[in-house]
Design a protein around this ligand. Structure first.
Ligand SMILES: Nc1nc2c(ncn2[C@@H]2O[C@H](COP(=O)(O)OP(=O)(O)O)[C@@H](O)[C@H]2O)c(=O)[nH]1
Ligand SMILES: [Mg+2]
Length: 435
């Protein structure tokens, strides 16, 4: 996601880092780089122009603080302006009926399931319904997803009008005290008068708390015009950008707020139910500038690892009796956090540089298999693992003696490193993993 911008921005800001003074020429050079990067990323032309104008004015004005290096000055300004373009605060969803609209195939139905899952996990009562009568398969898709996520799916027999379903669903949701009713609508390949009329009628009938426009980020600027047409008719309250995982450019994310004045509320980053993130403009700006996204990383870690367990493990590690059982637990916790390549991309300064590195998750599976094939005694005291034990472990885990050796060696190295960290005065407290 956004790799292209991150790469270009990082490169251009690197030039600044080497400079001692902020000259007009330097600022102009950097702005030229940024301009190219933005246009290449498919950011709207007017948005690009205004963005650069603001950065230039501020960079060359007296506002510039002298206690910052030239690079820090410009990076701060670029960061603040990026956040501005992206829309400042993250916006929450209002309770009530939420209507999802957009063209066919953009990810409406999938997004409804993802958001239903998020809201349900927060403890809200959530129901979903579909007004897409033209395609029975579309209704079935949502019904299945609702079941998977564990939220109610409202369906009505013998109803042949979308507007009627919409109305009945809202009645049922107030009778059932539902906090959020997520309503799917039919999509078309292109804007179509009948469909727009239907959406307008639904809006009038159910008076939704929010109307979210679902846009496929990979469609770039053409999506901007479609979004405008929907906005003119329905007054959208927010946008969900899907398929950000596939779009390295991200132009739509930077343009839509500025051009239409509607906030991006969520981004879809994959096909699975969990692959959705609330849109935090400041975090996105940090990612674009190659500063990583530490907050999201920490939140993922906190979700995956219960506080007491992490605390326990860190005490154990620092206590010196770090055994193979602990190593296994550590790997399990890390794997719980999600695909590693996605996590790595959030690490400051590193993510953008090693984006092509494919993390080999099978390595982790192998280590787990090897540790699983050991007896509890062997895990607590790996020193007793002699050749015949190694042979048994290799056989049990479907690996080889040399692979078992490799893991044991790495474990020994880790133990040594931990001991060193403990004895060095520079590290007052070691917290696992990020706290
Ligand atoms: N990679 C990726 N695929 C997505 C995302 N959101 C949806 N999709 C896929 O896009 C396709 C169309 O999604 P669907 O929800 O049926 O679109 P709808 O016609 O607007 O309801 C499906 O194959 C989804 O799995 C996303 O954020 N990332
Ligand atoms: Mg659909």
């Amino acid at each position: 996601m956004l790799e292209l911008l991150t790469e270009k921005f990082t490169k251009s800001l690197d030039r600044l880092k080497k400079a001692r003074k902020l000259t007009d020429k330097l600022v102009n050079d950097v702005l030229r780089d940024i301009r190219l990067a933005l246009l290449e990323a498919d950011v709207d032309y007017t948005v690009t122009k205004q963005f650069l104008k603001r950065v230039r004015e501020r960079a060359l004005s007296s506002e510039v603080k002298t206690n910052l290096s030239p690079a820090e000055q410009v990076i701060t300004i670029v960061y603040e302006e990026l956040v501005r373009v992206l829309g400042k605060q993250k916006e929450d969803l209002k309770k009530g009926t939420i209507l999802f609209v957009g063209l066919q195939g953009t990810g409406k139905t999938t997004t409804i399931a993802k958001i239903a899952n998020l809201l349900r996990k927060k403890g809200y009562s959530v129901a979903v319904t579909s007004t897409d009568l033209r395609r029975p398969a579309a209704m079935l898709q949502l019904e299945r997803l609702a079941e998977k996520v564990g939220v109610s799916y409202f369906s009505f027999e013998n109803v042949s009008f979308a507007v009627e379903i919409a109305y009945k669903a809202t009645e049922k949701s107030s009778a059932d005290n539902v906090d959020y009713l997520l309503m799917d609508t039919a999509g078309r390949l292109h804007i179509d008068e009948d469909l727009m009329e239907e959406l307008k009628l639904i809006k009038e009938k159910v008076n939704p708390a929010e109307i979210l426009y679902v846009a496929d980020a990979m469609q770039g600027q053409t999506a901007l015009e479609t979004a405008r047409a929907f906005h003119e008719l329905l007054e959208l309250t927010g946008v969900v950008l899907t398929k950000m995982d596939g779009d390295a450019r991200g132009g739509l994310a930077l343009s839509i707020r500025e051009v239409l004045g509607i906030p991006v509320k969520f981004i879809g980053v994959g096909e699975k139910i969990e692959d959705i993130e609330p849109f935090y403009p400041d975090r996105i700006a940090q990612r674009i500038l190659g500063l990583g996204d530490i907050q999201s990383l920490v939140e993922k870690a906190q979700e995956a690892i219960p506080e007491d367990k992490a605390q326990n493990l860190s005490t154990k590690v620092m206590g010196g009796d770090f055994d193979l059982e602990d190593l296994k637990e550590m790997i399990r916790m890390i794997r719980n956090m999600g695909p590693l390549d996605k996590l790595i991309s959030m690490i400051p300064g590193i993510g953008s540089q090693i984006r092509n590195l494919k993390v080999d998750e099978s390595q982790f599976k192998k280590i787990e298999a090897i540790i699983n094939s050991m007896t509890p005694e062997e895990r607590r005291n790996p020193r007793i693992i002699n050749l015949s034990r190694k042979k048994r472990i290799a056989k049990g885990s479907g690996t080889s003696v040399s692979e078992v050796n490799k893991i044991l060696k790495r474990y020994e190295e880790m133990r040594k490193m931990i001991r060193k960290m403990k004895s060095s005065a520079g590290i007052p407290s070691f917290k696992f993993p990020f706290r």
